[in-house]
Design a protein around this ligand. Structure first.
Ligand SMILES: Cc1cc2nc3c(=O)[nH]c(=O)nc-3n(C[C@H](O)[C@H](O)[C@H](O)COP(=O)(O)OP(=O)(O)OC[C@H]3O[C@@H](n4cnc5c(N)ncnc54)[C@H](O)[C@@H]3O)c2cc1C
Length: 509
């Protein structure tokens, strides 16, 4: 066995795993000025379609991360999610139009394309994935984390790093090293996921769930005239057969069983039987290690949120870790990653479970002929918000707060911790203080000086209610686009409260 020389210079952050979560964490840290080391066990990129949907809420984050355009250009835009019966007649539909965000659609593209785009972005920002390098163990010392790395050529290396970002997926070594397990349940039954070309009359502007008494077929359009499909509620003998032989003939037989000859399979680029889970760790960080994506949580793919929540974990962590490494953030800032994302990821599991149950309810309705009452417009609007991942909230986090002057009140609208709806219009890597109408200009200047390099004070012509204040108020928007603090008045008292809030987790210039 060879022993590698220790790499030149200290490494502050090691990212384990170059799936979507690890790649986005490394790219976001690079955008915030921190170059990480990122290692990936597989010597070559895969070509599996897997997670194909990027949700409107994530697209907003990609605007903030300055990498939306390649996603828009290389994906199919999905405006609807529909349910069909086995005659391919529409029995239910939701539209993303009116969701209240810049991209009121889902982007659909194979996961390997998402990974290509994120790898290109990382390269553009000066980072590089080291392929064929696997983390095999890690231990914390008083000063750092010692990680054993096995290279594909058989050599081994001991790396000393300040922080480890564990993004190794469902079988994460980082999670194992923290003695954490993915707690929860595995849904009954097996499904088959495949990247296919089919001939069918389904519209290509949305996903289609075909609910038949024999089970379901989910079809989502992909670029190049392809589709991602999940075939589920497999009979045990059918599951056994597909497990051994996911050939065109075998998969076509399962499709025919559910939709007759209305969906005709032409080819398969990739297929894999899989189980669905609803699982979450009890802590997402500890001992200088963080867990992102599937390393920390698994949700039903019916929600289409697994990959998205991994990207959102990465987005939440990057700015915090960068500020701490740059000497501008206090430890509480890093602690907030685990608490904020644990509750957001628990919400993802709930939403995905709800959609999972709705899909299985549609199959049940096809079997019994008993249809549930149609949802009310309010229920549809709530489903659109949650499916779009626009309802992510960090309310209750120690990193959010508010000041309400005596006799003042705040309008209905997003509160501290919620997403600032106009966040896509804010650029850069720092915080923003937005003030609306009259303000104490001297106090604003003092604020700008004290937090130089960390925030930008902006007079906003937008709607103050979007920040949960009235005219004359001020809103602190965090680098991830969530409302960090709101003050009913941008006067000396309101801005002093905002300043104290910043001081609770940041270090002044
Ligand atoms: C059939 C199917 C359909 C899905 N559909 C959707 C969907 O529509 N929308 C959605 O959002 N999600 C969906 N998901 C979930 C989605 O695929 C995952 O949530 C996503 O891939 C998680 O990304 P990740 O980066 O956290 O982990 P992974 O994609 O698993 O990446 C982990 C990476 O780490 C590497 N690695 C592991 N261990 C080590 C180690 N010790 N050292 C170095 N490298 C290591 C692995 O090789 C891998 O490249 C689906 C999943 C499946 C199975």
């Amino acid at each position: 066995m060879l022993n590698r020389a220790v790499r030149d210079g200290p490494v502050e952050v090691l990212v384990v795993g170059a799936g979507p979560s690890g790649l986005f964490a490394a790219a976001e840290l690079a955008r915030h000025g921190v170059i990480t080391r990122i290692v990936e066990r597989e010597p070559r990129p895969h070509r599996q379609a897997r997670a194909t949907v990027i949700q409107p809420g994530t697209l907003e984050i990609l605007v903030r991360a300055e990498t939306l355009d390649p996603f828009l250009a290389r994906s199919i835009h999905l405006d609807y999610a529909r349910v069909f019966n086995d005659q391919l007649e529409v029995v239910g539909e939701i539209a993303f139009a009116g969701a209240g965000c810049p991209c009121e659609f889902q982007c659909s593209l194979p996961q390997y394309r998402t990974e290509e785009i994120l790898t290109d972005r990382l390269t553009e920002l000066g980072g590089k994935v080291e392929r064929g390098v696997s983390a095999s163990s890690m231990d914390t010392t008083a000063d750092d984390v010692v990680v054993n790395l096995e290279h594909v050529d058989g050599s081994e290396e001991t790396a000393h790093v300040q922080w480890v970002i564990g993004a190794g997926g469902a079988h994460s070594i980082t999670r194992e090293s923290l003695d954490e397990t993915l707690l929860g349940e595995t849904y009954p039954g097996t499904a088959l996921a495949a990247d296919v070309r089919v001939s069918c009359g389904l519209p290509r502007d949305g996903t289609a769930l075909i609910a038949s008494p024999e089970g379901y077929i989910l079809l989502g359009p992909l670029p190049d005239d392809r589709w991602i499909t999940f075939i589920g509620d497999l009979h045990p003998d059918e599951a056994e057969r597909l497990n051994q032989d996911a050939s065109v003939e075998a998969v076509a037989a399962s499709i025919e069983r559910r939709a007759g000859d209305r969906v005709r399979l032409e080819d398969i680029a990739w297929a894999s039987p899989f189980h669905m889970h609803r699982r979450l760790v009890s802590r997402l960080a500890g001992e200088r290690r963080f867990l992102l994506g599937d390393a920390g949580h698994l949700s039903s793919p019916f929600g289409g949120e697994g990959l998205n929540s991994g990207l959102q974990d990465a987005h939440n962590l990057a700015w915090k870790l960068a500020l701490v490494l740059q000497g501008r953030g206090r430890p509480v800032l890093l602690d907030s990653f685990a608490s904020e994302r644990l509750s957001a990821d628990a919400h993802v599991l709930e939403v995905s479970d709800h959609i999972h149950q709705m899909a299985h309810g549609a199959v049940q309705a096809a079997r019994t002929g008993v249809r549930p009452d149609p949802p009310t417009p309010e229920q549809v609007a709530a489903v659109v918000q949650s499916r779009s991942m626009l309802d992510v909230s960090y309310a209750g986090s120690p990193l959010v707060g508010e000041y309400v002057a005596p006799d003042a009140d705040l309008p209905p609208g997003p509160g501290p911790g919620e997403r600032y709806p106009d966040r896509a219009g804010l650029s850069g890597t720092g915080h923003h203080v937005l003030f609306f109408g009259d303000a104490d200009e001297e106090a604003l200047d003092r604020l700008q000086d004290r937090w130089d390099g960390l925030l930008e004070v902006v007079r906003s012509n937008g709607d103050p209610a979007h920040g949960g204040v009235r005219d004359g108020g001020a809103v602190l928007v965090r680098p991830d686009g969530h409302i960090g603090f709101r003050a009913s008045s941008a006067d000396a008292a309101g801005l002093s409260a905002l300043d104290s809030h910043l001081e609770s987790y940041l270090i002044p210039a």
